[in-house]
Design a protein around this ligand. Sequence first.
Ligand SMILES: NC(=O)c1ccc[n+]([C@@H]2O[C@H](COP(=O)([O-])OP(=O)(O)OC[C@H]3O[C@@H](n4cnc5c(N)ncnc54)[C@H](OP(=O)(O)O)[C@@H]3O)[C@@H](O)[C@H]2O)c1
Length: 438
Amino acid sequence: MSEPLRIALAGLGTVGGGVVRLIEANADLIARRAGRPIRITAISARNRGKNRGFDATRYAWEDDMVILGERDDVDVVVELVGGADGPALALARTTFEAGKGLVTANKAMIAHHGLELAKRAEAAHCALRFEAAVAGGIPVIKGLKEGAAANHIHRVYGILNGTCNYILSTMEDTGRDFADVLAEAQAKGFAESDPSFDIDGIDAAHKLSILASIAFGTTIDFGAVDVTGIRRVLAADIAQADALGYYIRLIGMADVETDATGQTRLFQRVHPHLVHRDHPLAHVDGATNAVVAEGNFVGRLLFQGAGAGDGPTASAVVADLIDIARGDIGAPFSIPAAELEPAPPADSGHRTGKAYLRFTVADRPGTLAEIAAAMRDAGVSIESLIQKGRVEVAGESRALVSLVTHHGPESGIVEAMRLLDGSPALAEPPLVMHILED
Ligand SMILES: NC(=O)c1ccc[n+]([C@@H]2O[C@H](COP(=O)([O-])OP(=O)(O)OC[C@H]3O[C@@H](n4cnc5c(N)ncnc54)[C@H](OP(=O)(O)O)[C@@H]3O)[C@@H](O)[C@H]2O)c1
């Protein structure tokens, strides 16, 4: 068997610990599949003395993780620390400068600096792999780059954040409110103590921007993702959606279109959506992730599985290492970084679809008529309207009014919201959730 692939691990937490355990447990199988052993030579984390459930003294230790990229006994660095910038980015740059490969699970870093890092990796003829950065254990990047490589992908969308999906599906199962379920998720370790990256949709947007670049061959553009998280979803919204035949899921959605001048434009949105209960994504529950990619020859592909956790994420990291051990370097975003097409954001105004709107209103005559008039004046046609449920806003009990629109331009909904903006009839801004279309 050939020389081992020598790796260094930066970060020995949930994912890093999982990678050590996986490489130690499946060493023989990995060596047979990779054609050579994968051997950990050096490690780094913040706290050297921490008990990590494995014998860390078997590996060389670096206090400064960036040094890992410069070590002579390392071929590939595995970055499992996190953070878009800081030491993770410094380590990535050092690694390519030293002519070594990099595997990372760091979606924030790839979403912000993926193009620069891909250019550096390609210039150095080194691998840059990040399967674990999108949907944890699900081989969706591999699926797009390899299995569906022959297709034009026209749309990619899915459930990209397990914490949000756990919260929404638990609210659905139990009828409990968001804050209550979030607190439980934090206590059980399904949500971070600062959950904002997850529940405000940023984590899903990081992943979506990476997927979009690979699916469409466009330059990564995290800043252009239109993001709304799940904080404002009420138990009452879930009950209304259920009564109408839908579940609520945080969906990341991307597609490309060509405008009148022939320019490719990229649409990227992370919003809570209503998903019809016949749609495969409606039944993705708990912390599971799922991604749908639609190709012009293959049709609809559905990738589903564990989107986080030590085992699944380590599985994706080690799969990348096995590819590198086999000599598969390839372009990080499937086509060379210099050939990725810059795509300005698409204008969502001319998109069409159905939407669910929820208004929190004062109990007084004329409120429903005012909402209906704004819809009419904006050209939005209402399919159904329900006044049901109450909620406390600033200590006062308010009524909830929900409606579902007929299929129509999104610009109409934007205009209706503009007409209602500042209305004393509304206790808070309306919540708009799009309805996922097949
Ligand atoms: N957790 C998941 O399920 C999951 C899934 C997909 C992707 N990811 C990504 O994987 C990466 C790691 O996530 P994680 O959940 O494993 O995080 P974690 O459990 O918090 O572990 C982070 C590790 O990084 C180390 N570290 C932090 N700052 C450091 C520094 N300045 N120098 C050296 N080491 C440092 C920590 O050291 P100590 O142990 O000494 O504190 C710890 O070992 C992140 O990019 C995350 O987004 C995670």
